[in-house]
Design a protein around this ligand. Structure first.
Ligand code: 3H9
Length: 702
């Protein structure tokens, strides 16, 4: 079936697009629209309506065509044809008109939309800028300030807002086609004028050129902070500046050049990779498509600490009531207070009304009695990170929960299979590993036990989507994907400290690389006691080489537990919580180095970066060769959405391909000689791919 059809409805030609799932502007669609517009020029129609079938208006250019040989007509060419039509074209929008989709609507002469529709230019999130006239038409239509807001945020706006700023002409209730035909008739009655945005001038309201250069300079600074290290937001400002200062066609040329520059950048390649990685990560290889999902209507959560409370918020936020279990009333109240505080923060930021916050908290019932969990469809355990305690909890759950309930553990490290063994129904047990703060962080690691059933797994994936998380599947191993990879990363940060570096030097290298925070600042935030307590239960062999944790232990013993005690790897200003380098920490490091016989020398920033990132990558390869992760892109999802890895580098595994697997492999072999085989053993899969001359992406696509 053709992706574009054309028919005459009375005096009006209707161009219908039907390219599931989201009417992306594929080559076939572009040709189809071009043909239809051309055909309509010579028939009896007086105006045209461009409308989409399916769940949405055009969601943008077809991202899967990017980076491949261009196929004519390009979108900008098609949009020139649309705007040059002799007959007015009315875009009829439902769902989302995004990116090239909105640009198509802007090339039309009028736009109407359903009240539920949204419009936006999300290209910045793909490391791009609107490349089909968006940066030139939007400021001409709605002014510079609104254009900067819309295009640099990438956030879609509702039809009502679009109407109020003049981005669309009409909101139509009821049936969209009828409304659009009605609107077309009005246009015909008024003389069928062709409202071309390219004919407009940007509204300057008498402001001087100096005013605009200052405005753009300010935006560049703001965006350099909001999008640290990213190119596309800056290029967007360049384009909008061109819209102010240059005629339409010249602005269009500048936009095209800068769009192509962004398109060819490694940043955009990484962000596009992540776009698909995020959608892929909810797909489980080998899981039958028709696996029946369980209905999740009530959720029980055990443990009302920061984690349990945050998890509860995710469910009530989407209307699923929660029963929160704690050991006594006092602990329960503490948990409820944490939740109330979190909601108060959201309300104070204006992101939620006080009424809604109250309503959501009203959906959380507290209890100290396990029997109250009998009718839950899903129970998530979020108690202290100790295997025996978790097993006891699961034994109790097994005794009280109804048959078929999903029993989930939020453990970060423990063996999900051992936990499942504490029940008589290991097929219903799964790991749902949330990240702190659980009401904010997007990642949900889903840990599949040896006996977890397909139904429980498929339902967990669906639950993740319903609570707006990005799921990533892991098999059972110590620390699963994320925390397992964190170990060698943290190990290298500690060894770099011992061998000559400082917390501020290491953190600043990693922050310049784009990490949300450096490893030592993270350690202070999480609490130095966490690692210390986790090590307490381990044998010397399990703990590993003392050089990898002696500094952290020394700080712990001094009572420097991180931000919560005002000092850790740094000192913290009690009022501003600002990090301050602390000479006492350097003394501790030097003492430990002497004690361990390590001679301290300067370490190059480049070496710090390689040691930390290659440690992550090498462990990632091991995780792949053991089948712990299904695919490299899932690991990228874990690191970007759970560990602050820069999205514009695509995640550690995509980054490995960017720098070249041979470079990674050879450097790791060098590290093995310099720093010791006990720390550096190149993963077998890495070695294999280098020998075969393949990239990781090629291997994943085989
Ligand atoms: C652009 O337009 C550049 C122009 O300015 C200039 C050009 C010259 N292309 O998200 P979902 C697939 S840049 C190809 O799960 P939802 C997606 O991979 C583009 N494929 O659904 C998935 O595939 P699968 C600017 C696309 O209902 C399926 O559709 N536009 C595209 O949760 C369903 O997607 C954007 O950045 C695409 N453009 O959300 C918008 N979009 O089923 C990107 C989706 O195999 N899209 N797919 O996994 C979105 O934000 C969401 O998909 C949308 C629907 C909100 C539309």
């Amino acid at each position: 079936m053709s992706v574009v059809s054309y028919e005459l409805v009375g005096d009006i030609g209707v161009i219908r697009l039907n390219n599931p799932p989201v009417n992306a502007l594929s080559h076939a669609l572009r040709i189809g629209v071009q043909d239809a517009v051309s055909k309509a020029q010579d028939d009896s129609s007086l105006a045209l309506v461009l409308i989409c079938e399916g769940r949405t208006f055009i969601a943008g250019a077809d991202i899967s065509e990017f980076g491949k040989a261009p196929m004519m007509p390009s979108l900008p060419e098609l949009l020139i044809d649309i705007e040059s039509s002799k007959k007015p074209i009315i875009a009829a929008i439902h769902g989302t008109a995004l990116g090239g989709g909105l640009e198509t609507a802007l090339a039309c002469h009028y736009r109407c939309a359903l009240p539920s529709a949204q419009v936006g230019l999300p290209e910045v999130k793909l490391g791009l800028l609107p490349g089909a006239g968006g940066t030139q038409r939007v400021p001409r239509l709605v002014g510079v300030k609104a254009a900067l807001d819309l295009i640099t945020s990438g956030t879609p706006i509702a039809a009502s807002k679009a109407l109020s700023i003049g981005l669309i002409d009409k909101v139509v209730d009821g049936d969209l086609l009828s409304g659009a035909l009605e609107f077309a008739k009005e246009v015909i009655e008024q003389g069928a004028t062709l409202k071309k945005i390219s004919d407009l001038e940007v509204e300057k309201q008498g402001d001087s050129p100096e005013f605009f250069s200052e405005l753009f300079a300010e935006w560049r600074i703001t965006l350099s902070k909001r999008y640290r290290g990213q190119e596309a937001p800056q290029r967007i400002v360049d384009c909008i500046e061109a819209a102010v200062n240059k005629p339409f066609n010249e602005g269009l040329k500048i936009e095209r050049e800068l769009f192509m520059e962004c398109m060819q950048s490694s940043q955009s390649a990484a962000l596009r990779h992540l776009f698909f990685a995020e959608r892929m990560s909810s797909k489980v290889n080998g899981l039958p498509k028709d696996t029946q999902l369980k209905d999740i209507k009530r959720v029980g959560i055990i443990g009302g600490g920061t984690m349990g409370g945050g998890i509860a918020m995710n469910f009530v936020n989407v209307g699923i009531p929660v029963t929160l279990l704690e050991i006594n009333d006092e602990a329960l109240q503490r948990g409820k207070d944490i939740i109330a505080k979190n909601y108060a923060i959201t309300v104070s930021k204006g992101k939620l009304s006080a009424e809604l916050a109250d309503e959501r908290q009203g959906m959380i019932t507290g209890t100290t009695d396990y029997n109250e969990l009998a009718n839950m469809d899903l129970v998530i355990e979020a108690v202290f990170e100790n295997l025996d305690i978790k097993k006891q909890v699961f034994k109790k759950l097994d005794a009280v929960c109804k048959q078929g309930a999903i029993l989930a553990t939020n453990t970060s490290y423990q063996d999900v299979d051992l936990i499942a063994q504490a029940t008589s129904r290991p097929q219903d047990v799964i790991g749902l590993h949330f990240f702190s703060p659980a009401n904010v962080m997007k990642l949900l690691e889903i840990v599949r036990g040896e006996h977890t059933s397909d139904q429980v797994l498929a339902t967990s994936m669906a639950v993740a989507k319903s609570i707006k998380k990005v799921p990533a599947l892991s098999r059972v191993c110590y620390g699963f994907i994320g925390n397992r990879m964190l170990r060698p990363y943290v190990r290298e940060s500690q060894l770099c400290l011992l061998e000559g570096s400082t917390p501020q030097a290491i953190d600043s290298v990693m922050q310049r690389f784009g990490m949300a925070m450096g490893p030592l600042a993270v350690s202070d935030l999480a609490g130095i006691d966490i690692g210390y307590k986790a090590r307490e239960g381990l044998s010397d062999e399990q703990k590993g080489d003392i050089r990898t944790y002696c500094i952290a232990d020394a700080l712990y013993e001094m009572g420097r537990l991180g931000q919560k005690t005002g000092a850790g790897f740094y000192q913290y200003d009690p009022n501003t919580r600002q990090r301050i380098p602390d000479p006492k920490v350097l003394e501790v490091i030097e003492e430990q180095a002497e004690k361990r016989g390590v001679e301290r020398k300067d370490i190059l920033d480049h070496t710090i970066l390689q040691r930390l990132t290659f440690a992550l990558i090498n462990e990632g390869f091991k995780i792949l060769e053991e089948g712990i992760a299904q695919r490299p892109s899932d690991i990228d999802v874990v690191y970007v959405f759970g560990y602050g890895f820069p999205a514009y580098r695509g995640g550690p595994m995509f980054y490995a391909d960017t720098i070249g697997l041979e470079t990674v492999y050879k450097t790791i072999c060098e590290f093995s000689k310099t720093y010791g085989e006990e720390f550096w053993q190149p993963a077998a899969l890495l070695k294999q791919l280098v020998e075969e001359g393949k990239t990781l992406t090629q291997w994943a696509n085989e």
